[in-house]
Design a protein. Sequence first.
Lengths: 813, 153
Amino acid sequence: MTITEESPETTLEVGRARLRKEDQRLLTGRTRFTDNLSVPGMLYLGMVRSPIAHAKITSIDVAEAKASPGVIAVFTGADLADDVGPMPCGWPLSPEDKVPDYYPVAREEVNFAGEIVAVVVARSAAAARDATELVDVDYEDEQVVLDLEAAAAGSPYVHPDWETNVSTHWVFDSAEAGTGGDVKDEIDKARQDGIVLQRTFRQQRLIPAFMEPRSFLVDPTGDQIVFWSSTQVPHFLRVFTAIATSTPEHKIRVIAPDVGGGFGGKLEVTPEEFITFAVAKKLGKPVKYTETRSESLQGAHHGRDQVQRLTLAATKEGKVTALHVDLLANMGAYMGLVGPAIPILGAYMYNAIYKFAAYRFEVKNILTNMVRTDAYRGAGRPEATFAIERLMDDLAVELDMDPLELRAKNWITAEEFPFTTVAGFEYDSGNYEAATARAKELFDYDGLRAEQAERRARKDPVQLGIGISTYTEQCGLAPSRILGRLNYIAGGWEHAEVRMLPLGTVEVVVGTSPHGQGHETAWSQIVADKLGVAFEDVEVLHGDTQVAQRGLDTYGSRSLVVGATAVLKAADKVIEKAKPIAAHMLEASEDDLEFRGGHFWVKGTDTGKSLAEIAFAALQAHAWPEGIEPNLDSSASFDPDVYSYPHGTHLAAIEVDTETGAVAIRSYVAVDDIGKVVNPMIVEGQVHGGLTQGIAQALFEEAVYDENGTLVTGSFVDYLVPSAADTVDYVTDRTESPAVSNELGAKGVGEAGTIASTPAIVNGILDALRPFGVTDIEMPCTPMRVWKAIRGAEDSETPSEAQPHFDAEGGQA
Amino acid sequence: MRISVAVDGVTYSDDVEPRTLLVQYLREGLGKVGTLVGCDTTSCGACTVHLNGLSVKSCTILAVQADGCEVTTIEGMANDGQLHPVQQAFHENHALQCGFCTPGMIMQAASLLNENPDPSDREIREGLEGNLCRCTGYQNIVKAVRQAAGTIQ
């Protein structure tokens, strides 16, 4: 690909596949990932972690560790009791939620294997790690709570004083909310003269598995304590660190340098961060901690882990009338930063693209002796999409209808937008017909259906299935007023500053904090168009609270929709601010000026001044109109009124070898409507990566604990992040119905692929195996599980429960 | 133990603890932090470098095993400000997002092309099997390696 240089006046940057500005340093090893950074005199931490999932700590002996060569200090929970308070939970669903105290270093008890019980400080990382093995901890075992449904039902309890493992019970009911009918009435009616489907699906526990292990470096030697962190949320980190460590907020500077992926996994404020900060502050010395991959898998938060009990009612003609979702969500032992709210990020999405008459959603958040769950790419919405898209396929089977026709019978038609759903949210735009038509065409839907019939007829041992997912999602986190109603501690606005430098180049300072998304490139394109400056003349600054003072960071497909809108508003203010100065310079009335191509022109003439000239004049401030400050710098915040709703149709051709249970993706077509696109190259990259993570849930990944609560998928040998050899090329395309919620018309794309692809794959596998009587396979659909499902169905037996992963499937990849 | 290693064209002579991994020596001893560590089980490949022209995971080689060897890291791939064809192809095909797997992925891809100058897509995918990427879904990486193969030839 070659970049041609054209004048910004003639070619718009937005919409171009600009190669990324970020790449040069990343390609050549000139990176600033936190673990690459060093500060003179830096000490290193090693964490002593509990191997037991549930126990009282009866004694800790640190004498031998303290005497180990190179060890400076060893701290237990008691030692740090005055230095750091409990971990924050920013999103309990109500003030009555049961939120256990979670201390960065455990004090009297441990509640999951991997919980930190002591910290070693040493002159090298190796010395620190050596000494962690010399800390002697005595535990008094307690009963381990692992099974989600049993934990919901009763004892034993994770936190025995409460005599329950239920943290909260949260309900949305369309009849109560006035947004739809009564679910019970509709289900009763369908039992008489329609169809009622009841299903239980399990969303297995996943691990975000960002490639960069988390790393933190704290330098307390200046007036401000500088805190480098591999975080998605530097602004959150600053506030919560100030609170937890009783440090004045203005004395903390947080920097998120290069961050190696997040996927929600770094949307956290972690025990390790607080410990590193507290120890550095206590010792007055720079301190670094970098986790090992095993520590990351064990101690960083997990995602998903829900049991979905679903009831769907429909007419015999295939019109869905009601959906009842009854959810159990595994929180783990403690509440993460936004963990309790993950299920309700999906609560308004189970109705998806469809028009249901009645809807009820209820969730119980359950405590267990596992590491906490929290945001993972999609966060609540993949679970919702999986449930409804599986149900729609099952209903089509019941009715002997084409599953796409059934969907079309129920979805919101293009003419019906804006449409207020049964969950009470207004979808601003969309065109499900267009996306589906395009996907069918690219996929050769009819041809593959014919081939499927033919292979079924001749009993081909390799059967073909067609997997469908017509998803939507709620993006652009988020209107602050809605977040407030949902009891969230923060808002959802975003902030930006545009600085016009005296020589005509531009600094854009943003509150979003990218970690692979290419914001430096995309934001440059947006600003180049707006101000009429060259793409190369824009520098995007972020991820340092000293530079970007205000912001709410990057997650939830919000950065472009919310953050870039703030950038545009700030750029508008720059132009407004420049106008009176231009008028003064051109000796013209402001009314006679127009702004075009980076210049103010006197209308109808070729007399004008560029923004660069105006910025330089502002620097000089020699001749100056009264009442105007001598610079063009401007800042703006943006709080959206509504969410955005990307959608799309994904089709997967799946081949299942019925003799071995092996599953192969023959083709995958993704047609997404994400509104207006700034950089199609970056968008495609987001889709590819998102698809792969969703497919990994369907086929490969699962965090497995043994009966003692030990994570047995505690390394990349056992936790199966797919490799290049496990994945395929995708066919991607887009349809476009611009969002009306923001100036760009953008909807967000970060999570789309992950949300859409999991049900597409599982629906495809089941579609291949329907003739064998297979109706369900638990994820991940490993060859063993697929094979057993086929055999189970053939033997007229119910497929067995989830196999103990390790015993049964130890060898499978 | 005293070792002598040529890294990216410069010869270093240092005392190292026998248990020091090559990647630790590169990062902590030489400040070559362009080579990254992503796991502790030789699974992710982020630390891949070339040892006497062959790709190795530097987390699974002891520094002492590199004594007398030539090591090339990601920092030694560009020449006089000119990106290596694999680096250039990664840029042009958007084969990186967060960039954490990128050094290892590029070193492995370059090694693959040394061994097989005209690989099929399947051979590329299998040749990169030991390097994990969580961002890209691999499609653009495969495309980049294919393009680099054409450029090098």
